[in-house]
Design a protein around this ligand. Structure first.
Ligand SMILES: Cc1cc2nc3c(=O)[nH]c(=O)nc-3n(C[C@H](O)[C@H](O)[C@H](O)COP(=O)(O)O)c2cc1C
Length: 404
């Protein structure tokens, strides 16, 4: 028996942000000024000039900005983490490592394949909108577990020095219905990660899109069992902060909502919603507007759950506007991959790392950026100022209130 009922989102964003002329002029000036470089402390600058507090939340931690690096090919080296922290990102999730037992055996070995080249390409959604997707046949971390632990150690030191949370990501044994979990794999992998991460360790458990096309995910029972059991298995090893990153199921919106309901009732501390879509015909995962359209549609229904989950959004966050859409459905942060990977000509910024250029557009674009949409939500009365500031987190915290 499920306790869902459909509640429409009370507030739909207008076509363009409604921003008073003076505030818009200040925003346009910053958009131009910061094309070459962002200020050293973006959040402080935005607070002072635009009266917007960008503080977000990830894994229960306050973060300086709601935008973070999602797990994947762009978080596989200490240099990448260093550049993200320097650019001002709010948090970083490392590439997913495939778990192993003490003897080095990996039940999810097929997910540790070496990658073919990635291709960043335009994709047109069913609704006719042009976006971007990354086509790639690889899966998890393909070097040794020790090399991953070394990356995690280095990344934590870089993040820790700047107050930026860094999460590890893992995929361990997921048995088909009726088969037992290979617990030794969880025990070994989680203990090693927790030893590096210490008391504040954050771990995401990745249910990746390729799983959606795998026979073992064929039944709702099998998937619900994973969602219920995996957090228990992991938490038995170490008291870390655990996030479940849910895949987009092939079977439709109903099953997707059931997965969220099961995850919200599990021992996980937060969720990441939702990983990319899977095209069984081509055997590849994809994103673009189909991904955010589906995610937002499912999240609309999830707001009717009796215990809506705390979550970090993922999926086609290519503008502050899309971030605001997720926040209106309860997201306290967003994690991006594709938008950090575009051709340089796609960013309005003229210098800096891709993360810095992306952040410039995500925050300051006068029509698509998060500051413009925060100001617009303020004008509409969806977010009310506190201490003279409009707070990003009030969008998510108000989400429940505005649904009534
Ligand atoms: C090339 C590529 C590799 C990825 N690898 C992982 C991974 O190892 N673990 C994971 O949890 N998500 C992985 N993802 C998913 C991203 O973290 C992200 O959730 C997803 O792409 C949706 O965000 P986007 O639309 O901004 O790309 C990968 C995505 C891409 C494009």
């Amino acid at each position: 028996m499920t306790h869902t009922h459909q509640r429409p989102v009370a507030y739909r964003l207008p076509a363009k942000p409604d921003v008073p002329a003076g505030a818009r002029a200040r925003l346009e000036a910053d958009f131009e000024r910061f094309r070459a470089a962002l200020p050293a402390d973006v959040a402080a600058d935005v607070r002072e000039k635009h009266r917007v507090d960008l503080t977000g939340e990830y894994a229960g931690r306050r973060i300086r900005l709601p935008f973070g690096k999602a797990s994947g090919q762009l978080s596989m080296s200490a240099d990448a983490v260093e550049a993200d922290v320097a650019a001002g990102l709010g948090f970083v999730v490392l590439k997913t490592v495939i778990g192993e037992d003490a003897a080095g055996a990996r039940t999810m070995e097929p997910w540790a394949v070496r990658a073919s080249a990635m291709k960043v390409e335009p994709i047109v959604s069913a609704s006719g909108r042009k976006g971007w997707t990354v086509t790639w046949k690889g899966r998890g971390w393909d070097r040794s577990f020790d090399a991953y632990l070394a990356l995690y150690r280095a990344a934590l030191a870089i993040g820790g020095a700047a107050g930026v949370p860094v999460a590890a990501s893992v995929k361990c044994h997921l048995p088909p219905a009726g088969e037992a979990f290979h617990e030794a794999e969880y025990a070994h992998t989680v203990a090693k990660l927790a030893a590096v991460g210490g008391e504040g360790a954050i771990l995401e458990k990745d249910f990746s899109p390729t799983l959606a096309g795998d026979a073992r995910a064929g039944s709702l029972e099998a998937v619900e069992r994973w969602i219920a059991e995996v957090p228990r298995l992991i938490k038995r090893q170490a008291p870390l902060t655990l996030g479940l990153k849910l895949m987009n199921a092939l079977q439709g919106d109903g099953l997707q909502v059931e997965m969220v309901r099961a995850a919200a009732a599990s021992a996980a501390d937060f969720l990441v919603l939702f990983n990319r879509l899977f095209d069984p015909g081509r055997g590849v995962a994809y994103g673009g507007w189909d991904l955010s359209d589906r995610n937002l549609r499912v999240l609309d229904v999830c707001r009717g759950l009796s215990h809506p989950p705390e979550f970090s959004a993922t999926g086609n966050i290519c503008s502050g506007r899309v971030m605001a859409e997720y926040a209106l459905r309860g997201a306290t942060s967003g994690q991006l991959h594709t938008f950090f990977q575009l051709p340089l000509s796609a960013y309005p910024a003229t210098a800096g790392s891709r993360s810095a250029r992306a952040l410039h557009a995500l925050l300051f674009h006068p029509e698509e950026g998060l500051i413009a949409w925060m100001l617009s939500l303020g004008e509409a009365g969806i977010v009310e100022p506190r201490d003279g500031l409009l707070h990003f987190l009030d969008i998510a915290h108000g989400a429940a209130r505005h649904a009534d």
